[in-house]
Design a protein around this ligand. Structure first.
Ligand SMILES: *Cc1c(COP(=O)(O)O)cnc(C)c1O
Length: 372
């Protein structure tokens, strides 16, 4: 089904990727198949795909008015883009960036001679400059975990070196809050493990583009490297998309309220939420995002030990990594290996769809329990 131009994203998320033949089930079932009977262009799943992957690709491709390729994980989608680079490629990466992506770039630097420049997310002039000589400009916005928002509108419109790929990791914003392809990015990436799946029960990734040649390259990368999504995972990811707009709406309403309350809390030193006027990139966020998202990072005045104690004390909020699920999760990011550069007491909170007052009571009680 092609997306009718007037259909709103909330309706498309519900209507897309469904069978249309008489007597067919309303949902594309999980297809646990490696091969198909000869006589059809689809004969082997890794080359030709499966109906279940295609349903996910239809929903997410239409959401960004592009075409999607589904992968086994967000990192598999990211890797398919990095695989487009030759030796001695020049890359620009944000200073605040998903750890796996940084690792992938470091591997390419040591094995293939890639030159990797790191820029502050908010350094718009710097990003515009690197578009002139980079082969891959990698943006992540809002960034993980500092939630800095890049001026994608300006950066994606900048003149580029021929063949330069501008890629946006759109996992935190989702296509509901930000449409990088509309600004002119080559490709938009989602870890569907997060908001798309939305229930902490799958790994999947999606890359979406409006460039027909680039779409073929992504598909070829999936075929050759074999990072294909699982049947059950693709089915669950489609199931997740049906409620994405509702879940995300509630989660970001909750986040806006919690961010404001945390900012007024005496034991909280700093709150990073793009929706707060105190946030360094609030003005950019107002312009490029249609919502401020459901991720909050905040620093506790008491330091790392107090932050760890708060993580142990929360009950409704789960002390766990990852994000974007119906349940709220929280963790101290600097506790992760390789993340020691972050503020030691920074807690990253992925706000879920619980009642906001219950979330606040949980946080307040956990913080109060650490007072001596
Ligand atoms: C989780 C995440 C990824 C990686 O996705 P996986 O599905 O875990 O492979 C990439 N970028 C961001 C921003 C993420 O949060």
């Amino acid at each position: 089904m092609a997306k009718p131009p007037t259909l709103r994203p909330e309706s498309w998320l519900v209507a897309a990727g469904r069978p249309s033949a008489a007597g067919a089930p309303l949902n594309v079932p999980p297809t646990p198949a490696s091969n198909f009977l000869h006589g059809d262009p689809r004969d082997y799943a890794r080359d030709g795909g499966t109906p279940t992957w295609e349903a996910l690709e239809e929903v997410l491709g239409g959401l960004e008015d592009g075409r999607s390729v589904a992968f086994a994980s967000g990192m598999a989608a990211v890797a398919a883009i990095f695989q487009q680079l030759g030796s001695d490629a020049v890359l620009a990466l944000p200073e605040d960036c998903y750890q796996g992506v940084v690792g992938l770039a470091a591997t390419g630097a040591s094995q293939s001679g890639w030159a990797v420049e790191r820029l502050a997310v908010e350094d718009t002039a710097g990003w515009i400059r690197v578009c002139r000589d980079a082969d891959l400009v990698w943006l992540e916005s809002p960034s993980n975990p500092l939630l800095a928002v890049a001026d994608l509108e300006a950066i994606c419109a900048a003149p580029r070196k021929p063949g330069c790929i501008v890629a946006v990791d759109n996992t935190f914003a989702t296509p509901l809050n930000q449409k990088p392809l509309e600004f002119g990015a080559t490709v938009s990436v989602q870890s569907a493990t997060k908001f798309i799946g939305g229930h902490s029960d799958l790994l999947a990734g999606v890359a979406t583009t409006r460039d027909a040649a680039f779409y073929e390259k992504l598909k070829e990368a999936r075929t050759l490297h074999g990072a294909t999504p699982g049947a059950l995972e693709a089915f669950l990811a489609v199931r997740g998309t049906r409620t994405l707009a509702l879940r995300f709406d509630r989660a970001q309403q909750n986040a806006a309220i919690l961010a404001e309350r945390l900012e007024g809390h005496p034991d909280v030193a700093r709150v990073r939420y793009p929706g707060l006027p105190s946030h360094p990139t609030h003005e950019v966020a107002r312009r490029v995002l249609s919502g401020f998202g459901s991720m909050i990072s905040f620093d506790l005045a008491g330091g790392a030990e107090v932050a760890d104690a708060v993580c142990r004390q929360v009950r409704l909020i789960r002390h766990a990594t990852s994000l974007g699920a119906v349940e709220s999760t929280m963790e101290r990011r600097a506790a992760h290996a390789g993340q020691e550069h972050l503020p030691p007491s920074l807690l990253r909170l992925s706000v879920g769809i619980e009642h906001v007052d219950d979330l606040w009571s949980d946080l307040e009680a956990a913080i109060a329990s650490t007072r001596t």
